[in-house]
Design a protein around this ligand. Structure first.
Ligand code: BJW
Length: 233
């Protein structure tokens, strides 16, 4: 691909939809049964920890049962074969990029399979439940919450993301509605750094006007075609 060495890819819930994980803002979205402000804010967690733990216990179970799809596998292939810089910034809390084999992945909104101890600040891989109040394996306190970035909290590794965006030659957004900041602003940051911008999505996202090109369709079809195109040029 002419003049392209540094690629930043942003993924959202749409890339995991065909693995059976519900997106957030569809009619049957995740928050259909739970209002977002009831589950995805630190205030909600303080008010009703049981509701929030139950919600994320169920999400953890769904993540464990899901399998990567053709879009995750295609990005893993790109990660393996692309000699230049590449960073997959995912807003998703599932581990499907990693299970497909991708290595250069950053979870800006946290991970379903991680628990964070508010007493000692340790993080632990977690595949069980948190509702029943297990003790922290490091300090023994019962103070673990899902390791998830909620509204009003700072997403993870922003410096690393901004630095990759500043060097990007190509920015690709896959399966995200562009409704949640700061991720929704990445396309404009990449553009002002001189990157070409491409979106692959079922429908146009809220920031669609900022992309040089939009390809509409399911990620499992669009992403493998795009990866083939990049690797064969
Ligand atoms: C397919 C498909 C298929 C379907 N193939 N495609 C006012 C203005 C601007 C900002 C703010 C504001 N008031 C407050 C804010 C900030 C706030 C915010 O953005 N609020 C908005 C509601 C306006 N943001 C924050 O608070 C963030 N922190 C922050 O800003 O800190 C300060 C800061 C300052 C400066 C720099 C840096 C930071 C934190 C945001 C945390 C978001 N957390 C959540 C929940 C936790 C994770 C979890 O439970 O899973 O993360 S919210 C939720 O939305 C989740 C997602 O990661 C995120 C994005 O959703 P996503 O992935 O886009 O999913 P959908 O459902 O919206 O879209 C799916 C898309 O896929 C659709 O387009 C479909 O068409 C498509 N699709 N099937 C391809 N098969």
């Amino acid at each position: 691909m002419d003049g392209v060495r540094n690629i930043v890819i942003l993924t959202g819930a749409g890339i995991s939809a065909e693995s059976g994980l519900r997106t957030f803002r569809a009619d049957d979205g995740l928050w259909e049964d739970h209002r977002v402000e009831d589950v995805a804010t630190p205030q909600a967690f303080r008010r009703d920890p049981g509701l929030v733990q139950r919600f994320y216990d169920a999400r953890r179970e769904n993540v464990l049962a899901a399998e990567p799809n053709a879009a995750h596998r295609a990005l893993a292939r790109l990660d393996e074969e692309w000699d230049g810089e590449l960073l997959i910034v995912t807003q998703n809390i599932d581990d499907l990029h990693e299970r497909a084999g991708a290595k250069r992945v950053l979870h800006m909104h946290g991970q379903a399979l991680s628990a964070w101890c508010l007493a000692c600040d340790a993080r632990h891989r977690w595949t069980g439940t948190l509702l029943d109040g297990p003790g922290c394996p490091a300090c023994g306190e019962v103070a673990m919450r899902p390791d998830i970035v909620w509204f009003g909290e700072m997403p993870y590794e922003m410096e690393r993301i901004f630095s990759a965006l500043a060097r990007a030659d190509l920015f690709v957004s896959i399966g995200t509605s562009g409704a949640v900041y700061p991720a929704a602003g990445f396309v404009q940051q990449a553009r002002s750094a001189g990157a070409r911008t491409l979106e692959l999505n079922l429908d146009r996202s809220q920031g669609s006007q900022w992309f040089d090109e939009s390809r509409l369709g399911p990620a499992s079809a669009l992403v493998p075609l795009w990866v083939e195109e990049v690797l064969s040029e």
